[in-house]
Design a protein around this ligand. Structure first.
Ligand code: SF4
Length: 343
């Protein structure tokens, strides 16, 4: 979900990236292609090393070097034997990203633009929080197929899924400039449209020898792909945010074509069934658009819709951009004159 101003429209010089393998787990020998170790979940890395006849503890050693110490040069991994390093460098690479452009806003928000091996780009946004904390908003696809008509990314169309390494490298690259407290999958793309690579990336985020984030620190935002929401809940624990943006099917159909496939009733049922960790709530993102979804009737309907769901509502004033027919509501609405009702 692109609630945080993702754009892939900048044209910049290419940067050299390590080879990527388009999300497939292992390349076979015949293809003579090397595996990017950042494309492997911890279990898959273990499997990869076992296939080379290596001991289990080698997996934790490698994970620590890559994710805890940020080392991507096998030669620097001094507790691995020379033989192992040589074997690994024959079969694998470890990608490492440097942003092509970094922009800092007056409020301290930093936007990182990364150039990918195929010339596409993705944006990652670091948002400063209270007490020197920060949240990182990462992308999961180049473009997006969901076509929400209030979203700039939606107008670009879908180009491709990001690989696991490309998802994880956004975090690894920004971590080089300081700690990140929370990760939100809310940048370019619909994460559940790339569920395999996203789940693999989450496993790397959570692994104690990986990036070691608690499940409470990571939130995935979806436009409401109902079957994938159920699948996600079965496969892994993650905080869920749902981009709601309307309280009637009529308005949601207009804003978000996904609603024609999975209307509000089905979406709310999926939310009720989503396996939340204890004391957690689903966040409902609601972009306020003037005279479309910002009325008192909307405020009342949202309370009804969310009845029985452990929920919190995040009201986001529409971010006006060129070419969009929509406008931001007036200050009274944004400040809660209409929206003081609690769900
Ligand atoms: S799901 Fe909708 S809001 Fe999110 S990136 Fe795609 S088009 Fe934009």
């Amino acid at each position: 979900m692109s609630n945080l101003n993702c754009t892939n429209s900048t044209s910049l010089d290419p940067m050299v990236l390590a080879m990527m393998n388009n999300g497939s787990k292992f390349m076979n020998d015949e293809q003579q292609q090397k595996v990017d170790l950042k494309n492997l979940s911890p279990d898959e890395l273990l499997e990869f090393l076992s296939g080379m006849g290596k001991e289990r503890f080698r997996c934790d050693q490698l994970l620590r070097w890559i994710y805890k110490r940020g080392v991507t040069d096998l030669e620097q991994m001094t507790d691995l034997s020379k033989v192992l390093r040589a074997e690994l460098s024959e079969k694998s690479i470890i990608s490492d990203w440097t942003p092509e452009v970094v922009e800092t806003s007056s409020d301290g928000t930093r936007k990182f633009l990364f150039r990918l091996a195929d010339g596409s780009s993705v944006e990652t946004v670091r948002i400063p929080m209270e007490n020197d904390r920060s949240t990182l908003c990462i992308s999961t696809q180049v473009g997006c197929a969901m076509q929400c008509n209030f979203c700039l990314t939606g107008t670009f169309g879908f180009k491709r899924n990001l690989t696991t390494a490309e998802i994880v490298n956004q975090v690894c690259a920004v971590l080089k400039e300081g700690p990140i407290n929370n990760i939100v999958l809310m940048g370019m793309g619909e994460p559940l449209h790339n569920i395999d690579n996203v789940v693999r990336a989450l496993k790397i985020f959570y692994a104690p020898t990986g990036l070691d984030y608690g499940t409470r620190k990571v939130t995935l935002s979806t436009c409401g792909l109902v079957p994938e929401m159920a699948e996600l809940g079965k496969r892994i624990t993650v905080n869920l945010a749902v981009s709601l943006n309307a309280t009637t099917d009529e308005v949601r159909d207009l804003l978000m074509p996904v609603n024609k496939r999975y209307p509000l009733k089905e979406l709310m049922t999926a939310c009720r069934k989503y396996p939340l960790a204890s004391h957690r709530r689903i966040t409902f993102e609601y972009i306020l658009i003037r005279d479309l979804n910002d009325s008192i009737a909307d405020a009342k309907r949202i309370v009804k819709l969310l009845h029985g769901i452990k929920a919190k509502v995040n009201l986001i004033p529409f971010n006006e951009h060129e070419g969009s027919q929509y406008r931001c509501p007036d200050r009274d609405t944004i400040e809660g004159r209409l929206w003081s009702t609690k769900g």
